[in-house]
Unconditional design. Sequence first.
Length: 267
Amino acid sequence: MLAGPAVYVLWLSFTVSNFGQNPQFVGWQNYAAILTDRYFWTAAWNTFIVVNAVVYIELLLAVLVALVVASLKTGRMLMFAVVLVPYGISEVVGVLSWRFLADPSIGLITNTLALIGIDFNWTLNPEAALVLITTISIWHHLPFSFVIIYAAIISVPNELYEAARVDGATKWQEFWLITAPIIVPAALLAIIFRYVFAFRMFSEVWLVTQGGPIRLTEVLGTYLYRTGFRYSDFGGAAATGWLMVLGSLLLAAIYLRAIYRSAFRDA
């Protein structure tokens, strides 16, 4: 079920195909056209920036929130439920809600920022638009990373903390010497999944800017969609998809190797 469509798309990436035309084999032509397209490199650069910002800021927030929730004596399950709320909201509804809040004219966020002298007109400023897109993605997917990190934190044996306190360790030393090393495999796993998910980001960009202005906020997901369904270039879209797959695999391989070495370093 997975290999069949993947192989078909790989074959399609070596053809010229659109609506009403049978695929014609053209070899590496699609890949050459994509790799010489400046819009592809703009999309690739935006993807690189946004994905790395999303993954690492989200991981940092997930660790901080998980530590706070795990330290609560009362109300822990209530806070756990509150943190999970964004994941229960439809992605489209969430993105449109953020777009309304950040509306340049009437948005609560933009008006609040304007009071302190910050002009956040993301409709004209591509950098501001990418910041908004990054924020939306982090907000929506933070619960995923939080659950993984939280599960790792509460699995740390209390005996280790008790022994550290007897030796006079501070809270920071407890985290750095006990908690952090134990949650590293979970953090690497969260990074892998979020890299793969964020790499194919689409809804946040398409519903906020559609890649504009003048395609300056385009990412690889919207580039693929525009190539395939706006320009009816199925071969080019398939080639873009496979380049995205290869990029995801390369990123995942780095962290999978780190997980393997962490899991079997004492074997």
